[in-house]
Design a protein around this ligand. Structure first.
Ligand code: KG4
Ligand code: ZN
Length: 365
């Protein structure tokens, strides 16, 4: 009979060093016992993006202390852990290697089974950890490094409906913030500034809405915002606070419109096959944006679809989702050996071609 086990999760694929303990039944319900996330925002602030080498060095410094802290917070010794789940990709390779090496070292020293986890599977399975959402469901990942629609069939089967062909939306928020003189991270800065802006002042494009399907693009929108900014500067010699707010609001509503319309399409094609399980889940930092969230909620209400957004601390990068994904996949797979490799790219849906390009936060799988 299945019983509760303790999984140690390790995550270091981007700019957060994270460790967590999750307790639960393999393939069943679980709870987060502890979750430690050490961010690196200040280390990269001066460079306008994540610098892979700096990120990797910071992970090396912070991984072991994060693991110790997660165990202390859980009130557990390493000897009370039953398995280790570690992000083995996709992501910035130096960071992924750091986490995988630590996990292998712990596994070699303790004999604990080691599970290499796809970071995107961690995000995609989080709604089951937090809200016990039944399979299948539609998942929208929207962060600084990810942007895709997935049908989550079970803990190990994901079907990709579409995704970005260039930038991730968080990346676009960060770049546009820089263009209009707002601080990083750009998403929250744009959201705050947009509150007093006029979203109709600049007619920005809604990229790829003229094409069928659920693929998205944010690079052209960013360039259009740049042109709008340059137009104002050419006329006035600079940007006023009102200009900044109007640019921020016009950009934000364009992103919200595109995400809402593409979600509508993803849901319509999903519902044709799965009318009995109407659920849209979101994960990623961009899901924190109230305008975007409300645009998605409106689509869900119109289509009678349940909308699930896990709490932000589990929506953004963390190790609890990695530990949980290992636990969820245990019944379907074996543990990994010491030949587990770190993978910069690792598409979740093997039948779907890998997307080209890599963003501020590494390869987009
Ligand atoms: O999920 P996350 O913490 O890290 C990864 O990218 O993996 O997402 C961070 C991204 C950043 O690009 C940030 O600007 C964006 O999410 N973000 C937001 C908001 N809060 C964070 N974008 C729009 N509105 C927000 N309120
Ligand atoms: Zn992530």
């Amino acid at each position: 009979m299945a019983h509760d086990i303790n999984i140690l999760g390790i995550e270091s694929s981007c700019d957060d060093t994270a460790a967590a303990v999750v307790r639960g039944v393999p393939g069943g319900a679980a709870t987060v016992v502890s979750s430690v996330v050490v961010g690196q925002t200040e280390l990269h602030a001066a460079f306008g993006g994540v610098v892979p080498e700096i990120a990797a060095r910071a992970h090396v410094e912070k991984l072991d202390v994060s693991v110790k802290q997660a165990l202390t917070d859980a009130n557990l010794e390493l000897s009370q852990i039953d398995a280790i789940g570690v992000t083995a990709g996709p992501g910035l390779i130096g960071g992924v290697v750091s986490g995988v090496m630590l996990a292998k070292g712990l596994s070699a020293a303790t004999g604990l089974p080691l599970y290499g986890v796809n970071h995107l599977a961690g995000h995609a399975l989080t709604p089951r950890l937090t809200d016990n959402v039944a399979f299948p469901y539609v998942m929208l990942l929207v962060s600084g490094g990810h942007c895709q629609f997935l049908i989550v069939e079970d803990a190990s089967t994901f079907r990709r409906l579409g995704g970005t062909i260039d930038d991730a939306p968080g990346e676009a928020f960060d770049k546009v913030a820089r263009l209009i003189g707002l601080p990083q991270p750009g998403g929250p800065a744009i959201e705050t500034c947009a509150k007093v802006g006029n979203p109709r002042r600049f007619a920005l494009p809604r990229p790829l809405l003229d094409r069928p399907g659920c693929d998205l693009s944010f690079s052209g929108l960013k360039t259009a915002t740049l042109r709008a900014r340059d137009g104002v500067i050419a006329q006035q010699g600079g940007l006023t606070g009102t200009d900044q707010s109007d640019l921020a609001a016009s950009f934000q509503v364009a992103v919200a419109d595109v995400l809402a319309e593409k979600s509508r399409r993803a849901l319509i094609s999903y519902l044709e096959l799965n009318p009995a399980r109407p659920t849209l889940c979101v994960a990623g930092g961009v899901a924190a944006n109230a305008s975007i969230r409300s645009a998605l909620e409106t689509v869900c209400t119109q289509l009678s679809v349940q909308f699930v957004a896990p709490p932000l601390r589990l929506c953004t990068d963390n190790a609890a989702m990695i530990a949980y994904a290992a636990l969820a996949q245990m019944p379907d797979r074996d543990a990994d050996g010491f030949d587990l490799s770190a993978r910069p790219r690792w598409p979740l849906d093997k039948s779907s071609p890998a997307m080209l390009g890599s963003g501020k936060k590494g390869a987009k799988a």
